[in-house]
Design a protein around this ligand. Structure first.
Ligand SMILES: *Cc1c(COP(=O)(O)O)cnc(C)c1O
Length: 403
């Protein structure tokens, strides 16, 4: 364990890291060099969809590593075609562009939407509507899309062309649509924003609004996608398909990759030379992405996610019942879960960590739980018991204080 002060570290001091370092992982468990084991409900922030060192992913990466790492997109990459075909077969999409991250997938989505209107002869139609509390990444355009002051501050003029409306305010949304609106960009469940779900009828409402006005609907499923919600993609429950969708996190299972998916029509402006990436879709990433999909698409895999979710939610709900002075509600879908804290979420996260469980903060004072989707029901029970112990110790502490 090394606890370096920011001043002595050669790294940018951008991250508030926990004083922990891990040497290895297996399934839902992470282990430090000293042998302390932690139940990983952080899941690399929704990335480790199949846990750590999943044998199928390790084998796929090793096999590819011995053949070919990188050629660039100057040449055909069969793994890309295969992964694109497989994603197209199970989604609304016809086309895919592979990236290295979620923010790049969003950038590609925004570019795709703007080019669509441009080739339709409406270049003035470039504005993107987004929602308060959204998170779309940390590049200059994606912080403009997310619209959060804390991420924009000090980085010069906000990238032009993003308009934001309050979450859940239908009148404000209708009023914000103009002749210049190119697309609506929305997370079906806000992740960083505090695990806030967009109700299915609202996604259908967005779809209708887009159909009436010729606006493109873009989903950001970077966090919610690839089985996380208990569906392959979170929007599926609503029946409202997008025109464009960004994915990342879970599709690589820990290998950095993302994709922008689109219908043939929405992608029609993305002609040769309009976009590119040196690393995007390289053979290593594609080998792992295809391997992740092998497992997620197995029969009953998503059913397992829903079962584990139910157990988790029941366990957490009973904690909320018993310790309303510490936690006040349970939210989320599948294995994208949140507990709203009454104490500071960071204090609760630290206490849960003391009990050997890793979780992630989210907006709205929420503690986020993003376990690997392969978590067993026994491991869910273990996690709930440890979280309960942590919550109980904070509850006792608050009783003592007020006594
Ligand atoms: C994490 C995340 C992103 C950004 O992904 P990066 O890989 O960090 O660039 C974008 N949108 C959502 C919803 C995310 O959760």
């Amino acid at each position: 364990m090394s606890v370096e002060s920011p001043s002595s570290s050669p790294l940018y001091s951008t991250y508030a890291r926990a004083p922990l370092e891990f040497e290895r992982g297996s399934g839902v468990w992470l282990e430090t060099r000293e042998g302390s084991r932690y139940l990983d409900l952080a899941g690399g922030v929704a990335v480790n969809s199949l846990g750590h060192a999943h044998p199928h992913l390790v084998a796929a990466l090793k096999e590819q590593a011995e053949k070919l790492w990188h050629t660039s997109n100057l040449y055909e990459i069969p793994g890309q075609t295969r992964l694109a075909e497989r994603l197209a077969a199970v989604t609304f999409a016809d086309r895919a562009f592979f990236t290295n991250s979620g923010a790049e997938a969003i950038e590609c989505a925004v570019k795709t939407a703007r080019r669509y209107h441009y080739v339709n002869g409406q270049p003035e139609r470039f504005r993107i509507l987004t929602f308060e509390g959204a998170f779309h990444g940390r590049t200059l355009a994606t912080i403009a899309a997310g619209g959060q002051a804390k991420y924009l501050e000090g980085f010069g003029p906000k990238v032009e062309g993003f308009d934001q409306v309050p979450f859940g305010d239908h009148a404000a949304l209708k009023a914000a649509v103009t002749e210049a609106t190119a697309a609506i960009l929305v997370e079906p469940i806000q992740g960083e924003g505090g695990i806030r779900s967009v109700p299915p009828q609202c996604l259908r409402g967005l779809r209708e609004l887009c159909d009436e006005t010729g606006i493109l609907l873009i989903y950001d499923e970077v966090q919610t996608g690839v089985g996380r919600s208990g569906h392959l993609f979170a929007h599926e429950a609503s029946g409202a398909a997008p025109d464009i969708m960004a994915i990342a996190k879970g599709i690589g299972g820990g290998f950095p990759m993302g994709a922008c998916l689109a219908t043939e029509e929405a992608a029609k402006g993305m002609t040769p030379g309009t976009h590119g990436s040196t690393f995007g879709g390289n053979p290593l990433a594609m080998a792992v992405g295809n391997a992740v999909l092998d497992v997620i698409l197995e029969e009953n895999f998503l059913q397992h996610v829903r079962d584990a979710s139910l157990h988790f939610k029941q366990g957490l709900a009973s904690i909320v019942d018993r310790y309303p002075d510490v936690v006040t509600d349970v939210r989320g879908e599948g294995l994208l879960l949140g507990m709203k804290a009454k104490v500071a979420n960071t204090a609760l996260i630290a206490e849960i960590r003391e009990h050997g469980v890793l979780t992630v903060p989210a907006g709205d004072n929420v503690v986020r739980l993003l376990p690997p989707l392969i978590i067993s029901i026994d491991e869910v029970r273990e996690a709930v018991a440890r979280i309960e112990a942590a919550v109980a110790s904070l509850s006792l502490a608050s009783v003592k204080k007020s006594a």
